[in-house]
Design a protein around this ligand. Structure first.
Ligand code: PTJ
Length: 258
């Protein structure tokens, strides 16, 4: 059984295998959706293309994202199954540092999963978790998936929303509501990545710890400096740098095989 499966410490893919097992266990606890396991596989493929590390444009986007969240009046962090499974402790820490509430928002929404994720986040130190059950009483217009149900105390009234691992439509719908959207998505070609105001093309397991470190540093900066960082950031250009990085890396690898 997977619970007793031991990964050899010197296995070249040990880290990646540990993450997979974390997700499988979380799926058994109703935290991760079955489709979340498939989504992770797509993420892994794109992570290969950037060398499984934080590349310079991802770091620039992460800094701009923190600037936006520090300037915001009502920043909110949206949490889905994969996020809760992969970085529970870290997402709680970031939420407290930024004073940005956590709201559960699921594509495959069931009450059982909402409760399981809430319990998991509370276990990892959260004081409050929004978006569960009747609390998700407001509707995002022009969105027809279960993601449309949001909390009036959270995403509905937020000005800046951090959306890790999205599935497409919601980013556009949130933007139509006048919100500033920050996406974390390893696929720079996804609709979410292309639509967000800031797209961080990096693995969530690296992004959230990076965000914690950057927040601690940037919290000390004056608002004017934060605004400057944000104004200088250009998402389209940044996505161009990410794709160029992937292309160049593939070219180098192709040459090695020539
Ligand atoms: O928990 P739920 O019910 O909200 O469901 C969540 C999933 C992920 C199943 C749902 O949102 C979905 O189907 O998403 P997609 O359309 O597969 O998109 C997920 C995106 O996240 C893809 O572009 C992946 O490349 C990307 N991704 C996967 N794993 C990671 C990732 N991005 C950053 N870090 C990862 N670890």
């Amino acid at each position: 059984m997977i619970y007793h499966f031991k990964i050899p410490k010197n296995h070249p893919r040990a880290e990646s295998l540990k993450i997979r097992i974390k997700l499988i266990k979380a799926e058994r606890r109703n935290i991760v959706a079955k489709a979340g396991l498939i989504a992770h596989g797509r993420g892994e493929a794109f992570d290969y293309l950037i060398g499984e590390k934080t590349i310079p444009p991802a770091l620039a986007a992460t800094k701009a994202a923190i600037a936006a969240m520090l300037i915001a009046n009502r920043p909110v962090i949206s949490v889905n199954g994969n996020t809760a499974a992969l970085v529970p402790k870290e997402i709680v820490k970031l939420s407290k540092l930024l004073n940005a509430p956590l709201e559960i928002n699921l594509f495959f929404r069931t009450r059982k999963r909402e409760e399981a994720i809430k319990k998991w986040l509370l276990k990892h130190g959260a004081d409050e978790v929004l978006g569960v059950g009747e609390n998700a009483s407001m509707i995002i217009p022009e969105l027809f998936s279960e993601r449309r149900r949001v909390d009036p105390k959270g995403i509905y009234s937020a000005d800046v929303v951090l959306v890790p691992l999205e599935d497409g439509d919601r980013t556009l719908a949130l933007k139509k509501m006048g919100k500033f959207v920050i996406a974390i998505d390893l696929n720079p070609l996804s609709r979410t990545a292309q639509t967000a105001d800031i797209t961080i093309v990096d693995n969530i397991v690296r992004v959230i710890p990076n965000m914690i470190k950057i927040t601690k540093r940037m919290k000390k900066l004056p608002k004017e400096k934060l605004k400057e960082i944000l104004i200088k950031f250009d998402n389209k250009k940044n996505l161009f740098y990410v794709l160029s990085y992937m292309i160049n890396r593939l070219k180098e690898m192709a040459i090695k095989n020539e």
